[in-house]
Design a protein around this ligand. Structure first.
Ligand code: COA
Length: 185
């Protein structure tokens, strides 16, 4: 789906554009994905594992724009992507299609300015409007910033997978699964 373009203001008063990425943003989205994969230890891919061509990324963005059950929202500083959230179904079969999972990522230089909160609020709003009943997130257990953000917005822990992530330094990190009920009552 395509969301209506809007503006958001950070805690320090800067204004950015919030909109669905278009196919022409493919290069900017890829640059964002590679940069953030290098900046944060808490994403599931290393930069070299971001392998899509701009054409492939453009196709993915096109799918998100067309499909009524998919949401991708970017925060833009001009043409530069500084934050992304996406929402997709956990499964397409009857028994799981009421559940969606979300990703939230912000460039490091913009952390702690409220952008993650803006993105999560939008993910919750649009996931609810699309009819999803639960929104789920997966978090490295030592990612205190993300855990704080998700708990602030009403997500609860629903399980922990020991040693779910193995990093190149030889360490393991548990995964915390979080979920929020989107019902309006
Ligand atoms: C997690 C992430 C999306 C948060 O984005 P953000 O724009 O910094 O989020 P916000 O500024 O809206 O909120 C951050 C919250 O964490 C708090 N925080 C900051 N540092 C913290 C720390 N070390 N420990 C606990 N809380 C912390 C902030 O105070 C704020 O909470 P508050 O609103 O109650 O004051 C961002 O850090 C990011 O993209 N990280 C890398 C990728 C990632 O981890 N994504 C999540 C994968 S599940």
């Amino acid at each position: 789906m395509q969301i209506e373009e809007g503006k958001i203001t950070t805690k320090n008063g800067n204004e950015y554009v919030l909109r669905s990425p278009e196919k022409d943003d493919a290069e900017a989205v890829l640059a964002f994905r590679r940069d953030v994969a290098g900046e944060s230890a808490y994403l599931t891919r290393y930069p070299y594992e971001i392998e899509n061509s701009p054409e492939k990324e453009g196709e993915i963005i096109g799918n998100y724009l067309r499909a009524e059950h998919l949401i991708m929202i970017g925060i833009f500083d001009g043409n530069r992507v500084i934050g992304v959230t996406s929402v997709s179904p956990v499964g397409l079969n009857f028994k799981t299609r009421h559940r969606a999972s979300a990703e939230i990522v912000v460039r490091k230089e913009f952390w702690n300015l409220g952008l993650g909160t803006h993105l999560l609020e939008k993910a919750i709003k649009y996931a609810g409007e699309l009819g999803y009943e639960r929104l789920e997130l997966s978090v490295f257990a030592d990612n205190a910033r993300a855990l704080r953000l998700y708990k602030n917005k009403g997500f609860v822990d629903c399980g922990q997978i020991p040693q779910a992530f193995k990093t190149m330094d030889g360490n393991y990190h548990d995964e915390i699964l979080m979920t929020k009920n989107l019902w309006r009552f």
